[in-house]
Design a protein around this ligand. Structure first.
Ligand code: 5GP
Ligand code: ZN
Length: 148
């Protein structure tokens, strides 16, 4: 018998991933965790990057896209998304540096176009329990509202 540790269907919430983690209950069968994730072909943000799903693009280069969030939590709410399907911070690997650098540089580019104080917040929900609903790494860029 296996114990279901965590099962989430984020598709039903507009997300992209079915994630199932199980742990055998008998100690002698304890092989650790088995994690099953749907791959990038099922990912909402990968589909937006491929232009299979429409989005309002603010910026794009070889490594990153910046789009408007469909459900803005502030007057300006953009999503910075690497063009590689990286699930979250814990899945960043050696060789992914160019994507993280491109995201950082894109922040500077979009911040230049802000009016007024040019103040903004960068937020990244990491893991479903922290509120991450789309399991493709992204940063929220929020401006025009006091978050804290
Ligand atoms: P998370 O909850 O994973 O931190 O952020 C995912 C974000 O993606 C949410 O703020 C949500 O509003 C946004 N989102 C979900 N579906 C779509 C979509 O189809 N298009 C766009 N542009 N944003 C989306
Ligand atoms: Zn993806």
């Amino acid at each position: 018998m296996a114990e279901l540790v965590d099962a989430r269907d984020s598709k039903s919430r507009g997300g992209d991933t079915v994630s199932v983690r199980v742990r055998p209950s008998a100690p002698f069968l304890d092989l650790g965790y088995l994690e099953i994730r749907m791959n990038s072909t099922d990912c909402l943000f990968c589909k937006i990057i491929q232009k299979d799903i429409p989005a309002k693009f603010i910026y794009e280069d070889d490594n990153v896209i910046v789009i408007e969030d469909i459900n803005p939590k502030a007057p300006i709410h953009y999503l910075l998304i690497p063009k590689k399907h990286i699930v979250d911070f814990l899945h960043i690997e050696d060789g992914d540096e160019r994507f993280i650098l491109a995201m950082s540089k894109a922040v500077k580019k979009i911040a230049k176009d802000l009016s007024g104080s040019k103040a903004f917040n960068i937020i990244s929900n990491n893991g479903t329990k922290a509120g991450q609903s789309v399991l493709h790494l992204h940063w929220h860029f929020l401006s025009g509202k006091n978050i804290y």
